[in-house]
Design a protein around this ligand. Structure first.
Ligand SMILES: Cc1cc2nc3c(=O)[nH]c(=O)nc-3n(C[C@H](O)[C@H](O)[C@H](O)COP(=O)(O)O)c2cc1C
Length: 344
Protein backbone atom coordinates (compact mmCIF):
# COMPACT_ATOMS: atom_id res chain seq x y z
CA UNK A 1 0.00 0.00 0.00
CA UNK A 2 1.39 3.41 -0.82
CA UNK A 3 2.72 5.45 2.05
CA UNK A 4 0.18 8.21 1.60
CA UNK A 5 -2.80 5.96 2.20
CA UNK A 6 -1.33 3.62 4.85
CA UNK A 7 -2.55 4.09 8.38
CA UNK A 8 -1.06 0.98 9.92
CA UNK A 9 1.68 -1.53 9.18
CA UNK A 10 0.95 -3.65 6.16
CA UNK A 11 1.51 -7.41 6.03
CA UNK A 12 4.50 -8.37 3.90
CA UNK A 13 3.68 -9.18 0.29
CA UNK A 14 4.54 -12.55 -1.23
CA UNK A 15 8.08 -12.96 -2.50
CA UNK A 16 8.18 -11.11 -5.83
CA UNK A 17 8.96 -13.04 -9.02
CA UNK A 18 12.19 -11.69 -10.45
CA UNK A 19 12.34 -13.33 -13.85
CA UNK A 20 12.11 -9.89 -15.46
CA UNK A 21 13.09 -6.80 -13.49
CA UNK A 22 13.18 -3.17 -14.57
CA UNK A 23 16.36 -1.61 -13.22
CA UNK A 24 16.63 1.21 -10.71
CA UNK A 25 17.53 4.31 -12.74
CA UNK A 26 18.10 7.64 -11.10
CA UNK A 27 15.86 10.35 -12.57
CA UNK A 28 14.29 7.80 -14.95
CA UNK A 29 12.53 5.06 -12.95
CA UNK A 30 10.46 7.53 -10.93
CA UNK A 31 6.86 6.85 -9.97
CA UNK A 32 5.49 8.25 -13.21
CA UNK A 33 7.66 5.97 -15.35
CA UNK A 34 6.75 3.02 -13.15
CA UNK A 35 3.00 3.68 -13.42
CA UNK A 36 3.43 3.81 -17.22
CA UNK A 37 5.58 0.64 -17.33
CA UNK A 38 3.02 -1.24 -15.27
CA UNK A 39 0.38 -0.65 -17.93
CA UNK A 40 2.60 -2.62 -20.35
CA UNK A 41 3.58 -5.52 -18.07
CA UNK A 42 1.52 -6.81 -15.15
CA UNK A 43 4.34 -8.91 -13.75
CA UNK A 44 7.73 -7.21 -14.27
CA UNK A 45 9.29 -6.37 -10.93
CA UNK A 46 9.88 -2.62 -10.87
CA UNK A 47 12.60 -0.88 -8.86
CA UNK A 48 12.62 2.67 -7.56
CA UNK A 49 15.51 5.01 -8.21
CA UNK A 50 18.17 4.74 -5.53
CA UNK A 51 17.14 6.62 -2.39
CA UNK A 52 19.80 7.25 0.23
CA UNK A 53 19.11 6.32 3.82
CA UNK A 54 19.83 9.93 4.78
CA UNK A 55 17.14 11.22 2.43
CA UNK A 56 14.53 8.91 3.93
CA UNK A 57 15.49 9.50 7.54
CA UNK A 58 15.95 13.27 7.36
CA UNK A 59 14.03 14.26 4.23
CA UNK A 60 10.51 14.34 2.84
CA UNK A 61 9.33 10.74 3.34
CA UNK A 62 6.27 11.04 1.15
CA UNK A 63 8.47 12.19 -1.69
CA UNK A 64 11.01 9.40 -1.31
CA UNK A 65 8.70 6.51 -0.39
CA UNK A 66 5.43 7.51 -2.05
CA UNK A 67 4.09 5.52 -4.99
CA UNK A 68 0.79 4.49 -6.56
CA UNK A 69 -0.64 1.12 -5.53
CA UNK A 70 -0.83 0.16 -9.23
CA UNK A 71 2.98 0.08 -9.44
CA UNK A 72 3.26 -3.10 -7.37
CA UNK A 73 5.16 -5.36 -7.31
CA UNK A 74 7.70 -2.67 -6.46
CA UNK A 75 11.13 -2.83 -4.83
CA UNK A 76 12.80 0.04 -3.01
CA UNK A 77 16.47 0.55 -3.73
CA UNK A 78 18.51 1.98 -0.89
CA UNK A 79 21.90 3.65 -0.93
CA UNK A 80 23.81 3.55 2.31
CA UNK A 81 26.13 1.50 4.49
CA UNK A 82 25.34 2.41 8.07
CA UNK A 83 23.66 -0.72 9.46
CA UNK A 84 21.40 1.12 11.86
CA UNK A 85 20.20 3.57 9.21
CA UNK A 86 19.63 0.76 6.74
CA UNK A 87 17.60 -1.09 9.35
CA UNK A 88 15.46 1.98 10.01
CA UNK A 89 14.79 2.38 6.29
CA UNK A 90 14.00 -1.33 5.77
CA UNK A 91 11.40 -1.12 8.53
CA UNK A 92 9.91 2.00 6.91
CA UNK A 93 9.88 0.23 3.55
CA UNK A 94 7.85 -2.58 5.04
CA UNK A 95 5.36 -0.17 6.57
CA UNK A 96 5.07 1.57 3.20
CA UNK A 97 4.24 -1.80 1.58
CA UNK A 98 7.21 -2.34 -0.72
CA UNK A 99 7.76 -5.90 -1.96
CA UNK A 100 11.55 -5.88 -1.48
CA UNK A 101 14.46 -3.78 -0.30
CA UNK A 102 17.52 -3.75 -2.54
CA UNK A 103 20.91 -2.39 -1.53
CA UNK A 104 22.93 -0.52 -4.16
CA UNK A 105 26.49 -1.83 -4.38
CA UNK A 106 26.93 -0.92 -8.03
CA UNK A 107 26.81 2.84 -8.43
CA UNK A 108 30.27 4.25 -9.25
CA UNK A 109 29.55 7.97 -8.78
CA UNK A 110 32.20 9.99 -6.83
CA UNK A 111 29.45 11.69 -4.94
CA UNK A 112 28.21 8.46 -3.42
CA UNK A 113 31.67 6.92 -2.91
CA UNK A 114 32.51 9.71 -0.47
CA UNK A 115 29.60 8.56 1.65
CA UNK A 116 30.41 4.84 1.38
CA UNK A 117 27.50 4.15 -0.93
CA UNK A 118 27.47 2.10 -4.10
CA UNK A 119 30.19 0.14 -5.91
CA UNK A 120 32.99 1.14 -3.51
CA UNK A 121 31.28 -1.19 -1.02
CA UNK A 122 32.44 -4.17 -3.08
CA UNK A 123 35.72 -3.67 -1.21
CA UNK A 124 33.83 -3.84 2.09
CA UNK A 125 31.87 -7.12 2.13
CA UNK A 126 31.92 -6.92 5.93
CA UNK A 127 29.93 -3.67 5.89
CA UNK A 128 27.50 -4.96 3.26
CA UNK A 129 26.95 -8.16 5.28
CA UNK A 130 26.38 -6.14 8.44
CA UNK A 131 23.88 -3.91 6.65
CA UNK A 132 22.01 -6.86 5.15
CA UNK A 133 21.75 -8.57 8.51
CA UNK A 134 20.50 -5.40 10.19
CA UNK A 135 17.84 -4.91 7.51
CA UNK A 136 16.72 -8.50 7.82
CA UNK A 137 16.42 -8.22 11.56
CA UNK A 138 14.36 -5.04 11.17
CA UNK A 139 11.90 -6.21 8.51
CA UNK A 140 10.29 -9.28 6.96
CA UNK A 141 10.92 -8.09 3.42
CA UNK A 142 13.32 -9.90 1.12
CA UNK A 143 16.64 -8.04 1.21
CA UNK A 144 18.56 -8.20 -2.06
CA UNK A 145 21.87 -6.74 -3.26
CA UNK A 146 22.67 -5.24 -6.66
CA UNK A 147 26.36 -5.18 -7.43
CA UNK A 148 29.06 -5.33 -10.10
CA UNK A 149 31.38 -8.24 -10.90
CA UNK A 150 34.21 -6.22 -9.37
CA UNK A 151 35.87 -2.84 -9.10
CA UNK A 152 39.24 -1.73 -10.38
CA UNK A 153 41.97 -3.22 -8.19
CA UNK A 154 39.56 -5.88 -6.95
CA UNK A 155 38.28 -7.63 -9.99
CA UNK A 156 39.29 -11.27 -9.56
CA UNK A 157 36.64 -13.96 -9.61
CA UNK A 158 37.73 -15.15 -6.17
CA UNK A 159 37.10 -11.67 -4.71
CA UNK A 160 33.61 -11.69 -6.26
CA UNK A 161 32.90 -15.19 -4.98
CA UNK A 162 34.05 -14.21 -1.49
CA UNK A 163 31.85 -11.08 -1.61
CA UNK A 164 28.76 -13.09 -2.54
CA UNK A 165 29.62 -15.83 -0.03
CA UNK A 166 30.02 -13.39 2.85
CA UNK A 167 26.86 -11.42 2.04
CA UNK A 168 24.91 -14.65 1.60
CA UNK A 169 26.06 -15.83 5.04
CA UNK A 170 24.50 -12.66 6.44
CA UNK A 171 21.17 -13.78 4.96
CA UNK A 172 20.96 -12.45 1.39
CA UNK A 173 19.46 -14.98 -1.06
CA UNK A 174 19.15 -12.83 -4.17
CA UNK A 175 21.98 -11.10 -6.02
CA UNK A 176 21.47 -8.85 -9.02
CA UNK A 177 24.74 -8.73 -10.86
CA UNK A 178 25.69 -6.05 -13.39
CA UNK A 179 28.06 -8.06 -15.56
CA UNK A 180 30.89 -5.53 -15.77
CA UNK A 181 33.33 -4.06 -13.28
CA UNK A 182 33.07 -0.44 -12.13
CA UNK A 183 36.11 1.79 -12.49
CA UNK A 184 35.99 4.07 -9.53
CA UNK A 185 38.36 6.77 -10.77
CA UNK A 186 38.36 8.48 -14.13
CA UNK A 187 35.07 7.27 -15.62
CA UNK A 188 31.70 8.96 -15.27
CA UNK A 189 28.71 6.85 -14.15
CA UNK A 190 27.50 6.87 -17.77
CA UNK A 191 30.88 5.67 -19.08
CA UNK A 192 30.86 3.03 -16.36
CA UNK A 193 27.70 1.60 -17.94
CA UNK A 194 29.36 1.20 -21.35
CA UNK A 195 33.16 1.03 -21.25
CA UNK A 196 34.08 -1.87 -18.94
CA UNK A 197 33.39 -4.98 -21.04
CA UNK A 198 30.38 -7.16 -20.33
CA UNK A 199 31.31 -10.58 -18.95
CA UNK A 200 28.12 -12.63 -18.71
CA UNK A 201 30.16 -15.81 -18.23
CA UNK A 202 31.31 -14.52 -14.82
CA UNK A 203 27.69 -14.22 -13.67
CA UNK A 204 26.94 -17.71 -15.01
CA UNK A 205 29.91 -19.02 -13.03
CA UNK A 206 28.47 -17.45 -9.87
CA UNK A 207 25.21 -19.32 -10.45
CA UNK A 208 27.20 -22.55 -10.92
CA UNK A 209 29.10 -21.97 -7.69
CA UNK A 210 26.01 -20.91 -5.70
CA UNK A 211 23.18 -22.92 -7.27
CA UNK A 212 20.85 -22.35 -4.32
CA UNK A 213 21.06 -18.56 -4.65
CA UNK A 214 18.81 -16.52 -6.91
CA UNK A 215 21.08 -14.82 -9.44
CA UNK A 216 19.67 -12.08 -11.68
CA UNK A 217 21.83 -10.88 -14.57
CA UNK A 218 22.01 -7.25 -15.66
CA UNK A 219 23.81 -5.19 -18.29
CA UNK A 220 23.58 -4.56 -22.01
CA UNK A 221 20.59 -6.78 -22.78
CA UNK A 222 18.39 -5.28 -25.51
CA UNK A 223 16.84 -8.21 -27.39
CA UNK A 224 14.07 -10.41 -25.98
CA UNK A 225 15.73 -13.50 -27.44
CA UNK A 226 19.00 -12.77 -25.65
CA UNK A 227 17.07 -12.09 -22.44
CA UNK A 228 15.17 -15.38 -22.51
CA UNK A 229 18.39 -17.19 -23.45
CA UNK A 230 19.89 -15.94 -20.18
CA UNK A 231 17.27 -17.95 -18.31
CA UNK A 232 19.21 -21.07 -19.32
CA UNK A 233 22.00 -19.87 -17.02
CA UNK A 234 20.48 -17.65 -14.34
CA UNK A 235 17.17 -17.05 -12.58
CA UNK A 236 16.15 -13.76 -14.11
CA UNK A 237 17.16 -10.64 -16.02
CA UNK A 238 17.19 -6.99 -15.06
CA UNK A 239 16.78 -4.51 -17.90
CA UNK A 240 17.53 -0.80 -17.67
CA UNK A 241 18.02 1.39 -20.71
CA UNK A 242 16.11 -0.75 -23.22
CA UNK A 243 13.05 -0.81 -20.95
CA UNK A 244 13.25 2.97 -20.72
CA UNK A 245 14.01 3.94 -24.33
CA UNK A 246 11.82 1.25 -25.91
CA UNK A 247 9.19 0.63 -23.23
CA UNK A 248 6.78 -1.29 -25.41
CA UNK A 249 9.32 -4.13 -25.57
CA UNK A 250 7.75 -5.01 -22.21
CA UNK A 251 4.54 -6.02 -24.01
CA UNK A 252 6.05 -9.50 -24.50
CA UNK A 253 7.32 -9.88 -20.95
CA UNK A 254 4.25 -11.41 -19.29
CA UNK A 255 3.94 -14.09 -21.96
CA UNK A 256 7.65 -14.91 -22.26
CA UNK A 257 8.79 -14.62 -18.64
CA UNK A 258 5.65 -15.28 -16.58
CA UNK A 259 3.67 -17.66 -18.75
CA UNK A 260 0.72 -15.27 -18.75
CA UNK A 261 -0.91 -15.25 -22.19
CA UNK A 262 -3.48 -12.55 -21.43
CA UNK A 263 -3.39 -9.73 -23.97
CA UNK A 264 -1.71 -6.47 -22.97
CA UNK A 265 -2.95 -3.03 -24.05
CA UNK A 266 -1.81 -1.73 -27.43
CA UNK A 267 0.33 1.39 -27.59
CA UNK A 268 -2.59 3.76 -28.17
CA UNK A 269 -4.52 2.06 -25.36
CA UNK A 270 -1.53 2.78 -23.10
CA UNK A 271 -1.69 6.44 -24.15
CA UNK A 272 -5.39 6.51 -23.32
CA UNK A 273 -4.87 4.75 -20.00
CA UNK A 274 -2.28 7.35 -18.97
CA UNK A 275 -4.69 10.22 -19.55
CA UNK A 276 -6.57 10.15 -16.20
CA UNK A 277 -3.25 9.83 -14.36
CA UNK A 278 -1.89 12.86 -16.21
CA UNK A 279 -5.08 14.80 -15.60
CA UNK A 280 -4.87 14.12 -11.86
CA UNK A 281 -1.24 15.20 -11.82
CA UNK A 282 -2.16 18.47 -13.56
CA UNK A 283 -4.99 19.07 -11.10
CA UNK A 284 -2.47 18.80 -8.29
CA UNK A 285 -0.36 21.50 -9.93
CA UNK A 286 2.14 19.16 -11.60
CA UNK A 287 3.52 19.58 -15.10
CA UNK A 288 2.56 17.18 -17.87
CA UNK A 289 6.17 16.89 -18.98
CA UNK A 290 7.10 15.26 -15.66
CA UNK A 291 5.09 12.27 -16.83
CA UNK A 292 5.23 12.37 -20.60
CA UNK A 293 9.04 12.68 -20.75
CA UNK A 294 9.10 8.98 -19.84
CA UNK A 295 6.73 8.06 -22.66
CA UNK A 296 8.68 9.44 -25.62
CA UNK A 297 9.83 5.99 -26.80
CA UNK A 298 6.38 4.38 -26.77
CA UNK A 299 6.12 4.20 -30.55
CA UNK A 300 9.78 3.41 -31.19
CA UNK A 301 10.27 1.67 -34.52
CA UNK A 302 6.79 2.49 -35.85
CA UNK A 303 5.51 5.10 -38.33
CA UNK A 304 4.93 8.37 -36.52
CA UNK A 305 7.42 7.67 -33.73
CA UNK A 306 9.39 10.84 -34.47
CA UNK A 307 6.26 12.95 -34.75
CA UNK A 308 5.03 11.62 -31.40
CA UNK A 309 8.36 12.28 -29.72
CA UNK A 310 8.64 15.80 -31.16
CA UNK A 311 5.08 16.79 -30.27
CA UNK A 312 5.39 15.46 -26.75
CA UNK A 313 8.68 17.24 -26.13
CA UNK A 314 9.11 20.52 -28.04
CA UNK A 315 5.46 21.30 -28.91
CA UNK A 316 4.42 20.58 -25.35
CA UNK A 317 6.67 23.37 -24.09
CA UNK A 318 4.91 25.87 -26.34
CA UNK A 319 1.31 25.17 -25.39
CA UNK A 320 -0.79 26.24 -22.45
CA UNK A 321 -3.31 23.47 -23.29
CA UNK A 322 -1.25 20.33 -22.66
CA UNK A 323 -4.21 17.96 -22.39
CA UNK A 324 -5.62 19.18 -25.70
CA UNK A 325 -2.27 18.41 -27.30
CA UNK A 326 -2.32 14.98 -25.65
CA UNK A 327 -5.82 14.25 -26.97
CA UNK A 328 -4.81 15.33 -30.46
CA UNK A 329 -1.84 12.95 -30.28
CA UNK A 330 -4.10 10.07 -29.26
CA UNK A 331 -6.18 10.71 -32.40
CA UNK A 332 -3.20 11.14 -34.66
CA UNK A 333 -1.40 8.04 -33.46
CA UNK A 334 -4.58 5.95 -33.73
CA UNK A 335 -4.92 7.02 -37.36
CA UNK A 336 -1.26 6.50 -38.22
CA UNK A 337 -1.05 2.99 -36.85
CA UNK A 338 -2.45 -0.15 -38.34
CA UNK A 339 -5.30 -1.55 -36.17
CA UNK A 340 -2.92 -4.28 -34.92
CA UNK A 341 -0.78 -1.69 -33.13
CA UNK A 342 -3.71 0.13 -31.65
CA UNK A 343 -5.08 -2.69 -29.58
CA UNK A 344 -3.13 -5.89 -29.42
C1 LIG B 1 19.93 7.03 -16.05
C2 LIG B 1 20.41 5.84 -15.24
C3 LIG B 1 20.36 5.91 -13.86
C4 LIG B 1 20.77 4.82 -13.09
N1 LIG B 1 20.60 4.86 -11.72
C5 LIG B 1 20.86 3.75 -10.98
C6 LIG B 1 20.51 3.67 -9.62
O1 LIG B 1 19.92 4.60 -9.03
N2 LIG B 1 20.82 2.53 -8.93
C7 LIG B 1 21.43 1.46 -9.55
O2 LIG B 1 21.68 0.44 -8.91
N3 LIG B 1 21.74 1.50 -10.84
C8 LIG B 1 21.45 2.59 -11.57
N4 LIG B 1 21.68 2.59 -12.93
C9 LIG B 1 22.25 1.38 -13.55
C10 LIG B 1 21.14 0.44 -14.03
O3 LIG B 1 20.37 -0.01 -12.94
C11 LIG B 1 21.75 -0.78 -14.76
O4 LIG B 1 22.57 -1.49 -13.86
C12 LIG B 1 22.59 -0.37 -15.96
O5 LIG B 1 21.94 0.63 -16.74
C13 LIG B 1 22.90 -1.57 -16.84
O6 LIG B 1 21.70 -2.16 -17.34
P1 LIG B 1 21.19 -1.87 -18.84
O7 LIG B 1 22.38 -2.13 -19.77
O8 LIG B 1 20.07 -2.83 -19.07
O9 LIG B 1 20.81 -0.43 -18.93
C14 LIG B 1 21.29 3.66 -13.71
C15 LIG B 1 21.32 3.61 -15.12
C16 LIG B 1 20.88 4.68 -15.87
C17 LIG B 1 20.90 4.58 -17.39
Amino acid sequence: MPLESSTQPVLPRPEPARRFCVAPMMDWSDRHYRYFARLISRHALLYTEMVTTGAIIHGDRQRFLGYSAEEQPLALQLGGSNAQELATCAALAQTAGFAEVNLNVGCPSDRVQNNLIGACLMARPDLVAEGVKAMQDASDLPITVKHRIGINGRDSYSALRDFVGQVHEAGCQTFIVHARIAILEGLSPKENRDIPPLRYEVVHQLKNDFPALEIIINGGLTQLGAMTEQLQHVDGVMIGREAYHNPYMMADVDRLFYDDPRPVPGRVDVLKAMRPYIEQHLERGGMMNHITRHMLGLFQGLPGARHFRRELSSSLHRTDQPLALYDRLIDEMSQRLAPRDCSA
